[in-house]
Design a protein around this ligand. Structure first.
Ligand SMILES: [Zn+2]
Length: 133
């Protein structure tokens, strides 16, 4: 299970900018990098179109998601997590988020109106520590 998410300041800034730019809708994307034991090392946050574009949910554009996966693979990286924004609520998974997380082993980074938090689902919701690198 992933316990730490190491992510550069530049990528956190990028996610924060996405939150502001898409307000009041949710923005989303993937975190590309490598996994080393319990640590996910993020190298890049890549924005992906939210095909739902609502205030309360998101869905990654399947084609862009596939392209991101393909590109990561080609460079020997992987998609270590997914990020999305909660522009008008806190960085706590919604009911929909929780249900979706149960079928996804990757890290979920949520940028809320009150800051960023990261989670994984492993027999329940677990917090992942965000470490700025
Ligand atoms: Zn959410």
């Amino acid at each position: 299970m992933i316990k730490e998410l190491r992510i550069p300041r530049t990528e956190l800034d990028l996610i924060q900018a996405e939150l502001q730019a898409n307000k009041p809708y949710e923005a989303c994307g993937v975190l590309i990098g490598t996994i080393d034991g319990m640590i996910a090392h993020v190298e890049k946050a890549l924005s992906i179109r939210n095909v739902k574009r609502t205030h309360r949910s998101f869905e990654l554009d399947p084609k862009e998601h596939y392209n991101a996966w393909n590109e990561a693979e080609k460079n020997g990286k992987e998609i270590v997590g997914v990020y999305h924004t909660h522009p008008v609520s806190s960085a706590v998974p919604s009911l929909w988020d929780r249900e979706t997380m149960q079928n996804d082993t990757s890290v979920w980074l949520i940028a809320g109106a009150d800051g960023m938090r990261a989670y994984v689902w492993e027999n329940g919701l677990k917090t992942v520590k965000i470490i700025e690198v």
